[in-house]
Write a protein that binds this ligand. Structure first.
Ligand code: IFM
Length: 476
């Protein structure tokens, strides 16, 4: 039996493993007009009719800005030893230029102090999609200057929090920022221009590189800097050359386009060929690849479901499903020849197939891609239609099974030689799920949006036992 298929029982993790949960600023904070914060692209987008389900916005979200002390206390009660959150750029540097707003930074100082006081290790993400609107008005991520603005912002936050936060993530899922934001338009700022999306991807890479240098210039050397990628785990429908070529293209457009320059200092040649109908990449200037190719201390991997593709020219089985929202515009530039198929199996409320083997494959892929680099699962989780019982309790056995399956896959990868140091469940609590609004619940903690009452679901209790013992409890 290959080692990866062998059960590891009991499913016990290394003693220093981080048991965390993740959130992001716009999805939980609310308080969008307080203490000097100005609109981000998500404020503008969510307030534009028709862009989010039910017209939902992050104006109030789950009011974490005012309830952060209770939320940290809840995490401590659940026995979490790590928490990944993001800083809202327009809260600390409202127009994306100029001096920092101390009131904004003070919020994050207080949050970090509260976490440290509770024995919870903070991990800061600098950019989880909330670009200051003024920077979008000046051209947004397709514009090179945005990368320089990001480095300035990174330095400010590094100066403010670098003494007390060790783990830093420059960007969360730059694929979403570039391709959902600028190609399919289902995310802010809602543009539908594939060439702009590819330019955005390059400038996000540049922002990561410049931001990494800026952070390191002001922080203690012990701190760890990395980023979180959501490279698709691409599976071809068959081993026929056309299906393999389709898989290669989507792998380049979701993975190689980021990890190529970041880990290896070069974009894949096959990416240039595939995107030639859309862009000539002339915005990649001399020196950019070296600027992007900074040594990393860690890499974050976000995983939800695999992606099944085939050549669009043949006869295809089953329904099409690319899992990235409703739009007449594809997020995948120059990929009209690729068909996205529904992966067989049980699905979550997002329509995403549950397949923990994809997480194992992803971890092993990056173990090969970046030997020796510590890995973190910086997001993994599932949305289900969780409803409180008459007594107020919330039972989510599907999420317990999802977590058990995926954490077991992480453990198998560790047994197979991967250096995975921690896992951040997405998400700590129900929140604003972007274009889906509040309709999709990813939380281990249920939030009643009318009263803002928090109720740990059975998955939170299950995860708490795992965090306390370092061993996965059985799935009942
Ligand atoms: O809610 C998002 C998160 O903001 C980024 N990664 C995927 C999650 C679920 O869609």
């Amino acid at each position: 039996m290959p080692e990866s298929a062998a059960p590891v029982t009991p499913v016990t993790f290394p003693p220093a493993f981080l048991w965390g949960a993740a959130t992001s600023a716009y999805q939980i904070e609310g308080a969008v007009r307080e203490d000097g914060r100005t609109p981000s692209i998500w404020d503008t987008f969510s307030h534009t009719p028709g862009k989010t389900a039910g017209g939902d916005t992050g104006d109030i979200a789950v009011d974490h800005y005012h309830r952060y002390r209770d939320d940290v206390a809840l995490m401590a009660e659940l026995g979490l030893n790590a928490y990944r959150f993001s800083v809202s750029w327009p809260r600390v540097q409202p127009t994306g230029r100029g001096p920092a707003v101390q009131r904004g930074l003070d919020f994050y100082r207080r949050l970090v102090d509260e976490l440290l006081g509770a024995g919870i290790k903070p991990a800061v993400t600098l950019y989880h999609w909330d670009l200051p609107q003024e920077l979008e008005d000046a051209g947004g991520w397709p514009e090179r200057d945005t990368a320089y603005r990001f480095a300035e912002y990174a330095q400010m936050v590094g100066e403010a929090l670098g003494d007390r936060v060790e783990q830093w993530i420059t960007l969360n899922e730059p694929w979403c920022s570039a391709f959902l934001g600028y190609a399919s338009g289902v995310h802010a700022p809602g543009r539908t221009d594939p060439a702009a999306a590819l330019r955005a991807a390059h400038h996000l890479n540049l922002a990561h590189g410049l931001g990494t240098v800026a952070l390191r210039s002001v922080m203690p050397a012990r701190n760890s800097v990395g980023l979180s990628l959501n490279t698709s785990v691409v599976r071809p429908l068959s081993q026929q050359p056309a299906d393999l070529a389709a898989a290669r293209k989507i792998d380049d457009l979701s993975g190689g386009i980021f990890h190529g320059p970041i880990l290896h200092g070069a974009y894949p040649e096959s990416l240039f060929e595939a995107t030639a109908p859309v862009t000539d990449w002339s915005y990649v200037r001399d020196g950019d690849l070296a600027a992007i190719h900074q040594p990393l201390d860690a890499l974050g991997l976000n995983y939800y479901t695999p992606t099944l593709v085939a050549s669009a020219t043949g006869e295809l089985p089953g329904p099409r499903a690319d899992g990235h929202g409703e739009s007449d515009h594809s997020p995948w530039p120059a990929s009209e020849d690729v068909a996205f198929l529904q992966t067989p199996g049980e699905r979550t409320e997002m329509g995403w197939t549950v397949d923990p083997t994809g997480l194992h494959d992803l971890i092993m892929r990056y173990t090969r891609e970046a030997p020796g680099l510590p890995l973190y699962i910086t997001e993994n989780g599932a949305a289900y239609d969780d409803k409180p019982e008459a007594d107020g309790s919330v039972h989510d056995p599907e999420r317990v099974a999802y977590l058990h399956g995926h954490l077991s896959a992480v453990r198998r990868a560790i047994a197979d030689g991967a250096d995975v140091r921690g896992y951040y469940l997405w998400s700590l609590m129900d929140n604003f799920e972007w274009a889906y609004g509040y309709g999709k619940r990813f939380g281990a903690v249920h939030v009643d949006y009318a009263s803002q009452e928090r109720t740990p679901k059975s998955s939170a209790h299950w995860y708490a036992r795992a965090a306390r013992t370092g061993t996965l409890p059985p799935v009942e």
